[in-house]
Design a protein around this ligand. Sequence first.
Ligand code: ADP
Length: 267
Amino acid sequence: MIVVKIGGAQGVNLDAICADAAQLVASGQQLIVVHGGSAETNEISTRLGHPPRFVTSTSGYTSRYTDRQTLEIFAMVTNGKINTLLVERLQKAGVNACGLSGLDGRLMMARRKDAIRVVENGRQMMLRDDYTGKIEQVNSLLISLLLSAGLTPVIAPLAISPSGEALNVDADRAAAMVAGAAGAQQLIILTNVPGLMRSFPDESTLIDRLPKTGLEQALSFAEGRMKKKVLGACEALDLGVQQVIFADGRIEHPLQAAMAGRGTVIA
Ligand code: ADP
């Protein structure tokens, strides 16, 4: 089984990804798709007069500050638009895709980070009313039910808290948790770069093989959201996934190329 995470960065070739996915599914390969939507959420929330606000935690990670209104926009964009149109594209390519978010059937359960300590203008402060979460459990039974019915799950990055609240979760780390819970052999993270670069954006510094032991060092040259992908890779390997591949989603046959080892292969 393979979990494919499709990024929302510009340039990703969705038709090529769906065509490859269709070939894989037709050959009997089980696939699970997880997608993001952060770029489009930024654009639409700005158009709706509620521009995004990013905060940096005291440990140096940047994330979206998700108040209730932002959560509603995030759900509308990721689960409403992106998920539906990805399912449409996969269905056109001949894949019986089934779209759902982590709320459906409690697919992804997360702990709400209700107070986060952030640094703003050099000052530390606590933010409350934040609807983001860290996934703690994945309903693997629901995933196997869908797969055994011949469906390809397409998952939007929302989770559910123990008390039933919707939460925004990081899509890369969601894909890692799903891959671990489903017992996937590979997690392929498709984005708009050829892989992890030692000195971004110099493509001649692309790292093609990375042992798990090198991940901590890799965190130091991953910038911004790339850090979350490195964390996700670490979590997936810890959960028993054999390989995590950061691969180029802009090329023809992006999945076949990733499976053949093109990109950054972490094991
Ligand atoms: P997605 O929307 O696909 O999840 P992101 O935009 O969140 O993708 O992350 C991918 C981006 O990470 C790349 O487009 C690149 O700008 C950035 N990046 C930061 N550091 C690195 C690095 N060391 N190697 C490759 N990409 C990096």
